[in-house]
Design a protein around this ligand. Structure first.
Ligand SMILES: [Zn+2]
Length: 174
C-alpha cells in the first residue's frame, strides 16, 4: 500500500465533479487500499478520491470512535444518497484538505446511501449521526463541495486565507 499526498484547499481539483467508476477493477481496489492507509495515517474518519488528486467517485471511511475497536474501513464506489431525513443534525466538521479548521455544519441526521462495494456488488445502507455526516461530507467532495461552502462567506474567506498561508509555508519547507 502507498500513502498518497492529500491536496490542501484551495486546489482546483477539489472543486471538480468526479467521474463515475465504470468497472471495479484491480486498479480501483488498489486505489481504495491506498486511500484507507492514507486516511488512517492522517488520521481522519473519511477520505474522498479527489482529495488525493484522483477524480473518480470513490470514498473510504471509518467513523467508529471507540479506540479499542478493530479498524473497520468502508469503501463506497459511486455512492448516491437515495433518501435523507427531514430531521437535521449539527456536527463540528473538519477536513483533511483543510487542516486544523473546524466549523458547525447542519445536515440531514439520517441518510440512505446506495453504492458498489469492492466486489462490484450493489449495497444499500442507512447511516445515522456521525456516520451520516461523514458520508455526506465525503460524497460532497465527489461533487466539488467542501464543508466550508456551507459557511458564511466571511468565515469561508478567512479559512481560505489561512490555508493559502499554510500552503506558502509548506512550499517553503517549514
Ligand atoms: Zn473533507
Amino acid at each position: 500500500m502507498t500513502l498518497r499526498p492529500i491536496l490542501i484547499h484551495p486546489d482546483p481539483r477539489l472543486k471538480k465533479v468526479a467521474d463515475p467508476i465504470a468497472e471495479v477493477s484491480a486498479d480501483i481496489r488498489k486505489q481504495a487500499d491506498d486511500m484507507i492507509e492514507t486516511m488512517y495515517d492522517a488520521p481522519g474518519i473519511g477520505l474522498a478520491a479527489p482529495q488525493v488528486g484522483i477524480l473518480n467517485r470513490l470514498i473510504v471511511m471509518d467513523a467508529q470512535r471507540d479506540p479499542e475497536a478493530k479498524p473497520n474501513p468502508m469503501v463506497l464506489i459511486n455512492p448516491e444518497v437515495i433518501w435523507e431525513s427531514e430531521e437535521k443534525n449539527v456536527y463540528e466538521e473538519g477536513c483533511l484538505s483543510i487542516p486544523d479548521q473546524f466549523a458547525e455544519v447542519e445536515r440531514p441526521k439520517m441518510v440512505r446511501v446506495r453504492w458498489l462495494d469492492v466486489d462490484g456488488k450493489t449495497v444499500e445502507e442507512e447511516f445515522d449521526e456521525l456516520w451520516a455526516t461523514c458520508v455526506q461530507h465525503e460524497i460532497d467532495h465527489l461533487n466539488g463541495t467542501l464543508f466550508i461552502d456551507y459557511l458564511k462567506p466571511l468565515k469561508r474567506q478567512m479559512i481560505t486565507r489561512k490555508m493559502q498561508k499554510l500552503k506558502r509555508e509548506m512550499a517553503r519547507g517549514k
